[in-house]
Design a protein around this ligand. Structure first.
Ligand code: GCU
Length: 381
């Protein structure tokens, strides 16, 4: 049944599943037919996901935010890279906060290079600036060897990943003290996405970085975050979702593994109060996750799955790419010219949406990163 669905390319429902909302049909029922009409529909989609799923950030770049270069070293990684460590600091009505960003830029470069920013949701040693610890989760040496800059920040510095009633992290800094929270106030994924945008504020002004070639990468909860950042922040040229699954890249209707009621129960702080109304009511949702991918058009998107990651549901992630693709046609671009679920290790890089299925478990590995570099080479070199 699932195979038939993806082969058909058009939106049909699985048995027991309501039709998917069309990214190209506005809330007023009008079909978007030209590229000129897209920005208004795109804004409508971003608003839909802000209200229904992730919540609204009360602030963009805070006035008075400071960006300090705390260290600059050239010729690290055996001479291959320049390292910069940055400290961002902000103040709000509830106090102050900040985050660290680590950046490696290839020392040998003829012109500014593209930069991959990881939203790190694993222990901070995965993004070790000293490189004493190395991890496939953030294979900095390998990306430098491919000619790209690589950066990272740790999500918990922006907002700790726990449900404390939105007191800590940037919620505590920027929410008006004592003011009741709206049902669609920013939750934790929105806070991390906000942090990624602040990291971009800093990256675009660093020497050697091409501000037009910024990729944001996230794994799992970080992948959900990357998508929400890419949807909102036009500076993200390439949005990469690695194994993001439920409430990330995977279409919710008919999804296997994790579902809305489960994710809301396990991680209530990731999403808005409004999102809780869709527990066990996926068929009634006025949106689905392919529209989040679509809202990034015409910029580049990449979705990656892993064969053993049934909790995320690789086929539901692939299906979202198929269903988002028609939006790129408005721009006379190929969105995702594939409808057949691929074999493992057979990356699909023919359209503006990239996809691969990796053999193995839920993880972000060097294999995944090298495919992201291949895709970037295709469009950026
Ligand atoms: C849990 C959660 C997923 C999430 C994952 C992760 O498994 O249910 O939705 O993607 O954690 O972030 O690793």
């Amino acid at each position: 049944m699932r195979t038939l669905l993806v082969l058909s390319f058009v939106t049909i429902a699985l048995a027991g599943e309501s039709a998917l909302p069309d990214p190209l049909v506005t809330s007023a029922g009008k079909r978007v037919a030209t590229a000129a009409e897209w920005p208004a529909r795109q804004a409508e989609l971003v608003e839909l996901f802000a209200h229904q799923v992730y919540g609204r950030a009360p602030i963009g770049r805070p006035g008075g935010m400071t960006i300090t270069v705390t260290e600059a070293a050239s010729g690290v990684m055996d001479g291959a890279a320049d390292r910069r460590q940055l400290r961002l600091a902000w103040k709000g009505p509830g106090g102050d906060g900040g985050m660290n960003v680590v950046l490696f830029v290839p020392t040998k470069r003829e012109k500014p290079v593209g930069c991959f920013l990881l939203i790190c949701n694993r222990p901070v040693e995965n993004i070790d600036p000293t490189r004493e610890k190395k991890s496939g989760f953030w294979p900095a040496e390998a990306m430098i060897a491919r000619g790209y800059a690589i950066a990272a920040f740790h999500n918990a510095e922006v907002d700790p990943d726990k449900h404390d009633g939105f007191k800590d992290g940037v919620h505590g800094v920027f929410d008006e003290p004592g003011k009741p929270r709206a049902d669609d106030a920013w939750a934790t994924i929105a806070a991390w996405a906000w942090g990624a945008s602040r990291a971009i504020d800093a990256l675009v002004e660093q020497p050697g970085i091409d501000a037009k070639r910024i990729a944001v990468v996230g794994h799992s909860r970080g992948g959900k975050t990357a998508l929400w950042c890419g949807a909102q922040d036009e500076r993200v040229a390439l949005t990469i979702s690695n194994n993001s699954g439920c409430s990330g890249a995977a279409i919710t209707r008919g999804k296997e593994g994790e579902r809305v009621a489960k994710i809301n129960a396990s991680f209530p702080h990731w999403f808005t109060t409004t999102y809780k109304q869709w527990n066990e009511r996926e068929n009634d949702m006025p949106f689905d996750q392919h529209q989040l991918l679509a809202s990034i058009a015409p910029r580049l998107v990449y979705v990656a799955s892993a064969t053993e990651d049934t909790w995320a549901d690789p086929k539901a992630e692939f299906r979202a790419c198929v269903e988002a693709a028609p939006v790129w046609a408005l721009f006379e671009q190929r969105g995702f010219p594939v409808t057949t679920f691929p074999a493992p290790e057979s990356p699909l890089h023919e359209g503006r949406i990239g996809y691969h299925l990796r053999t193995g478990k839920h993880d972000l590995t060097e294999y995944d990163w090298l495919r992201y570099a291949d895709f970037a080479d295709k469009y950026w070199k």
